[in-house]
Design a binder for this molecule. Structure first.
Ligand code: FAD
Ligand code: SF4
Length: 511
């Protein structure tokens, strides 16, 4: 009799996958908590706990639906702590005759499983994870023969192909892009809607982890774990977002303010990246919500949200599969510096960084503009080695899985790919941070000062960055203007800025 073993990875918790449409006595599913996954980065404790809690919930759900399953807990005696060793051992123990898996999203895991199939004595097959709008190679085909990979073009093609916000072959309302109407600062006395948080008791999962020597970062309240750990909670979070946040999503997408960790963001990335919910259902529900509240939700809010999911998310995945593994070692600026110690503690006098890092340590979350224009911006201005930055982002965020982490970090944020993802580096001085946030007013440093012990470090580091990288950037048409300003500056002003930057870089751990 044929006996099939099907592997379900920790980020493949898709209960609507065709695998689960019927039960079959000849099929056994296997899920495993393993050290190769806990140890490839120093993860936030909430990330490790969140993954294991969601995997366990998925296991019990499938079990209740009468599927046959094996679940390997972290400390099980027969757990050999890697996919290939565990699968090989299960094949020999249970006499499986066929091995199946869903296409992994990570290059690393993909390689391990391909190798396992090659070396295994039984037959094997692989099936799509049935989650994304696009296939792995769709972006590669779309941009074939092109020198640049413009996200907007890919986004428009997907809107047409999947008939999202379209009227025939034209965009609904006649306009594709509403960025210029979005991205406002929060008004001074505006009180954002408090986020919906869960109170999951995950203390048993944490106890297991605490018996091992797994190295983690960050804080956790294990009896009030705030993240959704199953599909029902993920849908609840989606409903909350649609009811309470969508109407201001676009407007305040880039806004930042102290002690408000999520503003009008959805916090759905963890649920989506683990596939507890699909991007299709998120977009379908968002469109229905907009249709049902035409006077409350403006179109630009909806388009801003749809763009992130059908645009950026699918685009980043396509770039990942097109450019890996080379992508993981790209370092366009040849940056070599170490990450400052305070990235791991939040202990800095710079208000914007203190807030973004402390919130990341407390919630394993920062919203996009904090990741891009606060921590990412500083790291690039300070010339930090992209390997160090990647390791930090891959560890600290609950939604960090390499396909979407590395493309955003090395690509969008650090320009280490030399302009595959972005057309210019995302860097700024204090002016932009002050424009979009309420951080500067109460900061030890002064946003308007460019030099001196109280000058905002972003100001001198900004010009130092352009000066240092002139050979690589001056010809970029999107930055030429900055070099005109720099060249016109008085020589003594330039020297003072560069000396200030040099001083700050030497004292980086004390900033
Ligand atoms: P919202 O602001 O509510 O956006 C809705 C959804 O759109 C998100 O859930 C996400 O699925 C998608 N989305 C938005 N922006 C992007 C983007 N740039 N790329 C891909 N999808 C996007 N996202 C991750 O999921 N994992 C990561 O590890 C990750 N690392 C990042 C590192 C850096 C340096 C930067 C600048 C961005 C990173 N992002 C990452 C993208 C983005 O910041 C997060 O998806 C977002 O902050 C998640 O919060 P949210 O669900 O509240 O998003
Ligand atoms: Fe950040 Fe500079 Fe503003 Fe302080 S003054 S919050 S360091 S941008």
């Amino acid at each position: 009799m044929s006996k099939t073993v099907r592997l379900i990875l920790g980020d493949q918790l898709n209960s609507n996958h065709s695998w689960f449409k019927t039960t079959d006595d000849s099929v056994t599913y296997v899920m495993m908590e393993i050290r190769s996954e806990t140890d490839y980065a120093k993860h936030h404790i909430q990330k490790v706990v969140g993954f294991f809690a969601a995997m366990q919930a998925f296991y019990f759900d499938l079990k209740a639906k009468k599927h046959q399953l094996i679940y390997m807990y972290l400390n099980d005696e027969d757990n050999l702590q890697s996919f290939d060793r565990n699968i090989k051992s299960l094949i020999s123990k249970h006499k499986f005759t066929h091995f199946e898996y869903q296409l992994p999203d990570e290059f690393r895991v993909d390689e391990v499983l391909k190798e396992l199939c090659k070396s295994s004595e039984i037959s094997s097959s692989v099936i799509d994870s049935e989650h994304f709008f696009t296939s792995r190679n769709e972006l590669e085909h779309f941009f074939e023969g092109k020198k640049t990979f413009v996200m907007e073009n890919f986004y428009r093609m997907l809107r047409k192909k999947h008939d999202v916000l379209m009227e025939g072959d034209q965009p609904l309302t006649g306009k594709w892009n509403y960025d210029s109407e979005n991205r406002k600062k929060l008004p001074k006395n505006h009180k954002p809607t408090p986020p919906l948080v869960f109170s999951n008791d995950v203390s048993k999962v944490l106890e297991q982890i605490n018996t091992t020597d797994i190295k983690t970062i960050g804080n956790i309240d294990a009896v009030n774990f705030v993240w959704p750990i199953n599909r029902a909670q993920s849908l609840q979070l989606l409903d909350f977002f649609l009811a309470e946040c969508l109407h201001l999503f676009g407007s305040f997408q880039d806004a930042m303010t102290p002690n408000e960790w999520s503003l009008y963001h959805s916090r759905l990335s963890f649920s989506m990246n683990l596939k507890m919910i699909s991007p299709q259902e998120v977009i379908d529900k968002a469109m229905k919500e907009w249709e049902s509240r035409p006077n409350e939700i403006e179109y630009n809010q909806l388009e801003g949200f749809v763009r992130q999911i059908i645009g950026w998310r699918e685009y980043m995945r396509g770039i990942y599969w097109l450019k890996m593994p080379e992508y993981s070692s790209m370092n366009f600026f040849n940056n070599q510096e170490k990450l400052p110690d305070w990235f791991w503690t939040g202990n800095t006098k710079m208000n914007c960084l203190k807030d973004a890092i402390n919130q990341s340590l407390n919630f394993a979350y920062a919203h996009h503009i904090q990741r891009l224009m606060i921590t990412g911006n500083f790291a690039l201005l300070a010339g930090i080695d992209p390997d160090e930055i990647d390791a930090w982002y891959l560890g600290i965020y609950i939604d960090a899985i390499e396909w979407v982490e590395i493309t955003n970090t090395r690509g969008m944020s650090q320009f280490a790919d030399g302009g595959i993802v972005g057309t210019k580096p995302y860097v700024s001085s204090a002016a932009y941070i002050d424009k979009m946030s309420h951080y500067c007013g109460s900061c030890f440093y002064k946003k308007e000062l460019k030099t001196g012990g109280k000058s905002c470090p972003f100001n001198s580091l900004y010009w130092n960055f352009y000066d240092k990288n002139e050979g690589k950037l001056a010809k970029n048409p999107r930055i030429g203007m900055m070099y005109n300003v720099w060249r016109k500056m008085k020589p003594e002003a330039k020297v003072a800025l560069l000396e200030q930057a040099d001083y700050y870089l030497k004292k980086i751990n004390e900033l």
